[in-house]
Every structure is written in C-alpha cells, then in structure tokens.
Design a protein around this ligand. Structure first.
Ligand SMILES: [Fe+2]
Length: 399
C-alpha cells in the first residue's frame, strides 16, 4: 500500500531486542515482496512463525480449463448461483484465468471460517457485491461492506467473518502485486489530485486481534493448484505490533469519483488498480458527456491486445441487452464489440447513468473454465442482430 501504517507495540529501532513479559524475545518477521525491493512490513509475534507442528496432505484446488471454446464474445449468468459452496474456499468457483490473473465468484453459505487462509502466490482483490463483515488478519481487523474492494497481499494469513445475509463476492487473484495506477501517484507514492480516489478513501486494519488459544490451528495455503495444510500449535493471529507498507486494505467503489468529459471518455478513466498485464476498473454513477452532439453510449471498439471482462454490479446497463446483475461479459481481444442495436440512438440526450460495474482488462487471452461453460448464455454472440439472437446460429457457434 502507498502509505505507512502501524498498529500495536514494537521497539523504536528495528532488529533489536524486544521482550515479552516472561523475558523471552518476540519473534520478528519481515514480510516483503519483490526480493527486498518491494513493499514490506515488520511483524512481531508471540510465537515463531516458523514453528509448524505438521503438514497434512495437500488438497487439489485447480480450476479445469474448458477445451474447444470458440473465439467469441461470451456472457456468463451467475445471478442464480445464490450459493456456490459452504465455506469460503469450497465456494470459490473460478470462471476464467490466464498466467497473470484468475477471476472467481464466491457465494459461501457459512458465516465464519474455522481455519485460516493465505494465498501463497497471488494478491487477492475481493470485491464485495453483497454482504458485510470483518476481515481478520495478522495485521488486525478490517470491517467491510457492500461495494468494497478488499486488497489482500499474498502471504497475509486471514479469515473472513460474514454478517448475516447473502454473500456474493468477485475475487480477482493477481500473480503480480496489485497497485494503484502509477499515473495517479507522484514520485513519492502519494496519490495525486487527478486521481479518482485518495488515501482518505483507503481503510487499513485498525485493531490487532492477538488470539491466545492453544490447540491445533490449520492454515490452508493456496499454491500451484493445491491447498497445502499447515498446522500450528498457536494462532497465527499472535502479532503484538507491526509497521510498514504491506497490509490488507479496503477501498469502496462508492468512493470512486468518476472522470467525465464533453465527449465519451475512454475506459482508462475508470481504472482503479493495476498489476502486470491487467487492470481493474470501476464504472460508477456519473453525468454523461455534455457536448451538444455527444453520444453517451460507447462506440464500437476493437481492443486488439486485450480481453475485456465486465462484471455487472447494479443499475441499468445501457449498452448491453439481456445482461443482469452478476453477469459477466467477456469480449476477446481483436473481436470488435459495442452497444446493442438501438442503444446508441436511445442514449442521445441522456444526462446520467446509475450503473455500477467492475471491469478487468487483460493483455493475455483468458481461458474459460468448465464451471463457466455451465453458466454460459449461448445466444450472446448473435445478440447484436437487429431482430435479436438467432439461436440456430448460436448453437452452431458453441456445440
Ligand atoms: Fe469494451
């Protein structure tokens, strides 16, 4: 994260003696990225984080990529997937992925996790479409609510505790660090005046947890298509203090201030995060273009080098017929896409939009999973025909 944060107690000088009440030393741990040149934090544990009791058998946890998918625009309908599984990990269903990113839905029915979790090789951006609760981590408590992006850096051990009510999450795993857009930061890392959000909008953990329960504590570690089972004789939430730049944080889509103009603004104005080879953008309610001849609907475009994923959150999706909340549209690079018939004319004279959507644009092609194929609207590729989808041709496309 782009600003320094600290919680709890730690010595004034790093790497010096820091003792517990019984005289023993706290266990200092540097958690850092990019080989000592990325962001890092220093944590002080009651127990050495290296003290593993046992390692169980790893559990297979790799999505299956669907074979034989034709190059085409896709529409995945996930709204009916009210529950995708019981607990946070079993409920994750990956929809698409490549070597930079994996995109999953997750609608767990259980409210609390009875294990700990960390992603051993990817940062996670958990977008809270529905639900609220608290993220517990080694770095402290972080309350979240609908509309939050929760950014959890790799290796941070955490648990989600959800409040009562439906939970619907969109999870983006990034195999490189998630960052705020570089063009919105100055040389020192501070967000600039033209950024659509600033440090005041970013919420960091605010209270340490310091569990002291004995017994066996399971940490499930996601790495290389497996869930590795690590057991400890103490809770990993045993941190008495930490400081640094590496920690989970939340940013609400409701705090994203849209950038508008006299004529249609390109998708990068919606950019919220970036990582290697992909970006995450937020479409939020905004005034439409105010040139007297402006066409608010987007123009057809061939984003030659990007696959474009839109996840529809709330509102009236002006340019697409037939999409609903929790729909994905996936438009592969090189294939032109744009508004459905009639929506360009209908947009003229409109003053504002109330839509919310999350967009993920990737430079490398995305591969749909077998889970995604089961949610596919097979008519979608033909939905730009004047008289609506031609189901015969749609079947030709996919079957
Ligand atoms: Fe597009």
């Amino acid at each position: 994260m782009a600003y320094y944060h600290k919680l709890g107690t730690f010595p004034q000088k790093r790497h010096v003696q820091f003792r517990q009440e019984d005289g023993s030393l706290y266990a200092e741990q540097l958690v850092g990225t990019l080989g000592f040149s990325g962001l890092s934090s220093l944590l002080y544990h009651k127990n050495p984080p290296t003290r593993i009791t046992r390692i169980g058998e790893p559990v297979p946890y790799a999505p299956k990529v669907a074979e034989g998918i034709k190059l085409a625009p896709h529409h995945l309908k996930t709204l009916d997937q009210t529950i995708t599984g019981t607990d946070y990990l079993s409920a994750r269903k990956t929809m698409m992925l490549n070597s930079d990113v994996a995109i999953s839905i997750c609608n767990p029915s259980e409210r609390k996790m009875d294990y700990y979790y960390k992603n051993g090789q990817a940062d996670e951006v958990v977008f809270v479409h529905e639900g609220s609760g608290v993220l517990l981590s080694q770095m402290g408590k972080l309350e979240f609510r609908e509309g939050d992006y929760i950014v959890i850096p790799r290796t941070i051990i955490h648990q989600f505790h959800f409040n009562d009510g439906p939970v619907r999450l969109l999870i983006t795993e990034s195999f490189s660090p998630i960052e705020t857009p570089r063009r919105y930061r100055n040389h020192f890392g501070q967000l600039l005046e033209h950024s659509p959000f600033c440090e005041r909008d970013i919420r960091a953990p605010h209270e340490l947890i310091e569990y002291t329960e004995g017994g066996e504590h399971l940490v499930q570690i996601k790495k290389d298509g497996l869930l590795h089972q690590y057991y400890y004789g103490f809770s990993p939430f045993d941190v008495v203090g930490w400081d640094g730049y590496f920690y989970p944080y939340a940013l609400s889509i409701y705090d994203f201030e849209p950038i508008t103009g006299r004529i249609h603004q390109p998708p990068p104005v919606h950019q919220t995060f970036e990582a290697h080879n992909f970006v995450i953008c937020s479409f939020v309610p905004r005034l439409f273009d105010y040139h007297p001849q402006a066409i608010p609907a987007p123009y057809n475009h061939s984003n030659v080098d990007s696959d474009e994923v839109l996840y529809y959150v709330a509102g009236d999706f002006m340019s697409r017929k037939g999409v609903d909340r929790a729909s994905f549209t996936v438009h592969p690079g090189g294939i032109p896409h744009g508004p459905h018939p009639g929506t360009v004319e209908a947009s003229i004279g409109k003053k504002e939009t109330h839509e919310y959507a999350v967009m993920i644009d990737t430079f490398k092609p995305l591969y749909l999973t077998e889970e995604a194929v089961g949610l596919m609207d097979k008519n979608y590729p033909m939905s730009w025909l004047e008289n609506g989808p031609n189901t015969t041709r749609a079947a030709d496309m996919f079957d």
